[in-house]
Each structure stands twice: as C-alpha cells, then as structure tokens.
Design a protein. Sequence first.
Length: 523
Amino acid sequence: MLTLQNINFSIAGRQILEEIGLQISGRQHVGLVGRNGSGKSTLFKIILGELEQDSGKIQMESGKLILSVKQEMPDDGMTPREFLLSSDLQREKLLRQLEKNADNPESLAEIYDRLIGINAFDAESRAAIVLRGLGFDEEAQNDLLGNFSGGFRMRAALGAILFREPDLLLLDEPTNHLDLETSDWLKDFLRNYSKSFILISHDRDFLNDTVNAILHLKNKKITRYNGNFDAFIDTYALKQKDAEEYNAKMEAKRKHMMEFVRKFGVKATKARQAQSRLKAISKMKFIPIDQDDPSIAFGFPKPNFPLSSNILSYDKISLGYENKIVLKNISGTIMADDRIAIVGANGNGKTTFAKFLAGELRQKKGTREANSKLKIGFYRQDLFEKLDVTKSSYDFLKEITPNANDKQIRSHLGRFGFSGDKVFQLINELSGGERARLVFATLTLDAPNLLILDEPTNHLDIEMRESLISALTSYSGAVVLITHDRNFLNRVANSIIVVSNGSVIQFSGDVDQYEKAILQERQ
C-alpha cells in the first residue's frame, strides 16, 4: 500500500533522514519510536506531501486513503457531530447529488449504490460512537465547537479521521489531549482497527496494547522490529554491545524499586497496591539508557526539611470559580511518603483539585492545614508559556533567585542536564523536552517536600520518561500526579484518588483495577 525507497531529507545542510526505506501493507499496526528531534514528525510530513524529500521515492497504491490529524482547530460554528459528518467529502457530495436528482430515478439508483458502498447511511451512528468514545456525551455532540476548550476541539479533529476510517492512519501523539479513560477507548479502537496505521507515541503501555511492529528511528535511519514495544526492547537490548553492563544497571534499578515496594508495603492500607507493584516489577522490561546522556537528566534535590507524618490536610472543602462550584465536601490527608495518582475524565476537576493542593486556589468552604515547613513544587503546562524565551537557562534562574551564586545556579541546572555552554543557550532554541527539564529545575529550586505534577510527560520522549520515573522513585518527598500514561502511574503511584461528579474519593485498587472498573461502567 505504501512504499518508501531511499528517502533522504535535510534542513539547512543538516541531515535529518538518511536512506529511509519502509513498506506498509494491509492491516499493519506500526509504532514509530525514537528520541525527540530524531525526525519522526518530519517523516510523517514527507509521507503526507507537506515536505519534499531531497531524494528517494514514495509510492502509494492508487485509490487508497491516507489521513492524519490536522493541526488547525475545527470550525467554531459547527457542532462536533456536524464536523465529523462534513469531513467525509465524498458522502457530502453524493448527498448533494441526491437532492439535485430527486426526479431522476436512474441517477438516484446509481447514487444510492455509491452511498451504500461507502456506508453513508450509518454515518451518523458511527460519528456518535466515535464522539462518545472521545468524551462527547449526547448534549456535547450537539453543542457548538466554539464553546469547547482547545483540547476538546483537538479531540474532534482526531474523531474526524477515526470516523472516516482511512486505509492508512498517521497518528502523532494522539493521547496528548486525552485523559486516561478516553485514552483507553482509543487504545481499544486502534487494537481492533481493520486497516493500517503508523503511531508516534511515547506511551509504552499504549504501544504495547496497539501495535504489532516497531519502526525505530535512530541516527537518521529506521530499523524494523516485529512485535510490540516490549518485544522491541528485548531485541534491542540484545543488540547492545555492553549487554553485561546493561543487565547490571537494570538489576540495580529493579532492586531500587523493590526497596520502594518494601517501604510502602508495610502499611496495611497500601498492601494491595504493593502486591500489584510486585507483579508489575516481575514483568518489567527496562529500556536501555545511556546514563551519561545529559539530555535525559532529572535529579530532584533532597528536601532541606524532611517532614514526617501528616504534611497537608483538608476538611469539608468546596472548590470553584466565581459562582460555580466544581468540587464539594472533600476531605483528606497527604502524608510525607505518599505517591498519589489523581485520575478522572477531563473536565471533572483534576487540575482544580491540584491547584488547591498547591495553594494556588483558595477554597470557598472548609479548612486547609499545611505543615509550617511545607514547600511545594507545582508542575503545570502554563509554566511553559511563562518561560522568557529571550533569556538563557542561566539568566532565567538567576532572575528568579537573585541571591544564588554562580556555582549554585550551575549546580542546580546540572541536575537537569544543563552544563557547560548549554546553560547559556537561549530558551527559544531549546526543544520541548529541554524546556520541560528547565521547568522542573525552576520549581525545585527551594528543594520542595511535595511535588504536584499535572501531565509532566507531555513533552518527554520514552527515555526521558524513564529518567523521570527513576528520579521520582529516589525523591524523598511526597508526590501527587496527574497523567494519562498508565506505565508512569503504575511505577510511581501507590494510591489512587478519583475526581468524578463533583467529588473526590479514594479508590481501593491499583491502576489496572481502576481501568477495569471504568470499562465495566462504560459497557
């Protein structure tokens, strides 16, 4: 169906892709993986004709449809359902012909045959199924897109290509705007997709559950591996020159995580989670990481004042904005060694709850009490917008910590992979992953006792996620985490809080059990 032969591509004299060759035939579910900046999205643009290769050939079988999510937002004046239906241009054209030829029986018969051939008459039900899976209930499906957030409008854009069911789907990080529940629906959709897709994702569990082949883009070239992501890891690890050293490093990581389990497993309230963690560790397959690679470095400073027992409590809290109550009558406690995952569908108040815990949103009712020495580091997406891109990393930190000396600033930046001349590189020139590490550096300057992380993995590739997981398991403070990355949740969190229907409740099981509960509810 799709064949690439000897594709070469460069930008400003820098080679990005070299002698790329691949072939995609019917019902192949392929994952495209590689470090940030390796050229994955560039390859998609070449396949779509948005960029022209320097040399090589691209062949697409005649009559086959290839689609990718458009980055521009859908029309504000349409409903999600109207937008999906209008995306099928062939159906829209035939319906117009149907109206024009209402008095011509012969033409009508031909048009009806063509409509039946493209399943046009079940289009509305298919659109409704896709939209519901992506989090649009019946009322939302008929609301104007202009009333939705950017994230939900991007869901509609994703829904449009899923609805059309092309012969080849090109999906570039499709879960970035999805919560855990919607991500699970998309996973099931792709697992059962009857045609082909190529998926760029840094979510290893999502890849494991959806693909049957991996394309690894490294050093400008692509290598194909059969099987899912874990199978790729096994084969790739065997190819490493220093296999013995690699195995020793992985065993050290495994022991470290076992210590983490033993630490929390002694608590009766968390025994169930500890047992699930043990099962996960027994099946765990680590990714080979060059430990000397500064581009994946995360190192959280040890809190200056290690706290014991209860560090934050809240009782009968109501939260909201102006006259709207989002969450009400919530109570709870955060302990010094907690690792809490906050889950729930987007729009239910997860970020609102996180802002309250961080002290950035004052409650409308109830009481909040924090340890007098508690320091909080709150990672959130809007911090990227507050980075002054005209400054270097060094100057940015110097500005917000005027009392720090040169050695202190350089030492702290070094924890997050910024060393040498890199500290003077303009933020505008940094990649998304590098900016993420800079944000982490800024929020940990005061060595916080509590980290609250709202979608911390969005700009991180798989290797950087592994490094962040390792840093969090070594961190001696408490962690509250919001993420749609199931692997990340399983390896960091030891308890789950569900935000749903205006309330916040403790879930007694682990992430897998929560997903099963959601699936049963959906069914």
